[in-house]
Design a binder for this molecule. Structure first.
Ligand code: SF4
Length: 380
């Protein structure tokens, strides 16, 4: 929003975004759907005095229903979708040898950084939209068809651990046929404020389940919320697609933890695939310089702007850089993954159905039109 220029803390934007959500909920002509990002479910409880890292997914679903949302969905569903498209793109590039390394592009602060700092390397980021945007694109195309609604009847709210996601939602390159994927983004802290404003006693809430079909997800999707998780999720799928074998050991422990740069070499079909996970924009700059001067040995790199990934995002309950807090939130996400019956994105039945009924296959024309984007050179 415009007020960012006059309000450096963003406080006015926050108030406006909350008001947008209340107005949409009050508008009888709108079907208001909400998605929550992985990192939100292991942090919101802190705003209500619960232990750090508490998993409060079910309580959030109940709270969102009480606030008046028509349907409560999960960004994790779209994270699985992102993996379908991104693993496919990664395998294409591995086979052709072009535009390697592929860089993840689901962190808008990182995308903006490379657009400003190294626009000559914009052939490297994956063209996949982020889960937030893929969710919105599906909620305004496939979902209205199912509900007998028009795309313009839908209003999509995203609850994110992140302030940069507000900017991402407004990027022109991300709209489909002039319709914005996501209408309003609120942060974890703003959701806490709305729950308090509504007088809901959060800690006492019963747990509930997401609506379907955009509420189903694999364990791979939930670890998107911590550094290393997107790459781990992508490898679970890419490995099986390349080898046509079952990946038995789904946990890539070497990609976990809060270190700024982590790396591993995996043998997939007798090819050594070098992978890296980077968090923090200073570390990202190092990797970009390696690509520039031809010394980069990696084939795929996950990049997140926030140290520790989205669990430590700027829209989360304040953690003041305390890595113990960030680690406990990450442990919560790994626990959710471990307890999921399905842990690979391509096994999510709702995703399989979405391709069967609507998108055809990863990278197909339709999927490309609504789930992919392009990047823009921006002024330094
Ligand atoms: Fe947002 Fe930080 Fe996550 Fe990037 S790493 S998407 S800036 S919360």
């Amino acid at each position: 929003g415009q007020c960012v220029a006059v309000c450096p803390t963003g406080a006015l934007t926050e108030v406006n975004n909350i008001k947008n959500v209340w107005d949409a909920i009050d508008d009888d002509n709108k079907k208001v759907v909400v998605q929550i990002a992985p990192a939100v479910r292991v942090a919101l409880g802190e705003e209500f005095g619960m232990e750090i890292g508490s998993i409060v997914t079910g309580k959030i679903v109940t709270a969102l229903r009480k606030l008046g949302f028509d349907m409560v969905f999960d960004t994790d569903f779209a994270a699985d979708l992102t993996i379908m498209e991104e693993a496919n793109e990664f395998i294409d590039r591995l086979q052709s040898g072009e535009n390697l390394p592929i860089l993840t592009s689901c962190c808008p602060a990182w995308v903006k950084f490379i657009e400003h700092q190294k626009p000559e390397l914009l052939n490297h980021p994956s063209s996949c939209k982020s889960p937030q945007q893929m969710f919105g694109a599906i909620a305004k195309s496939y979902l209205p068809k199912k509900l007998n609604k028009k795309p313009e009847d839908m209003y999509v709210v995203a609850v994110m651990p992140c302030v940069a996601k507000k900017f991402e939602a407004s990027r022109e390159e991300l709209s489909v046929d002039n319709i914005q994927d996501v209408d309003t983004v609120i942060t974890t802290r703003e959701l806490a404020r709305m729950i308090k404003e509504a007088g809901i006693n959060f800690t006492n809430l019963e747990e509930d389940d997401f609506d379907h079909p955009l509420g189903e997800s694999s364990g791979a999707s939930v670890i998107f919320g911590t550094t290393g998780g997107v790459l781990e999720a992508a490898l679970r799928t890419a490995y099986e697609w390349i080898t046509k074998d079952t990946l038995e050991k789904v946990e890539f422990k070497e990609l976990r933890g809060i270190k700024g740069i982590k790396e591993a070499t995996l043998n997939i079909n007798s090819i050594n695939v070098n992978v890296a996970v980077v968090c923090g924009l200073g570390n990202a700059r190092n990797v970009l310089e390696q690509i520039e001067n031809g010394t980069c040995k990696y084939h795929i790199i996950e990049v997140m702007a926030c140290p520790g990934g989205c669990v430590g995002g700027g829209g989360q309950p304040y953690h003041n850089g305390d890595f113990d807090i960030i680690k406990k939130r990450a442990q919560g996400l790994y626990k959710i993954d471990k307890n999921k019956p399905l842990r690979k994105s391509h096994e999510n039945p709702s995703i399989i159905k979405l391709y069967d009924e609507y998108l055809e296959s990863p990278g197909a024309h339709k999927a490309h039109h609504i789930l992919h984007t392009h990047f823009v050179k921006r002024q330094k």
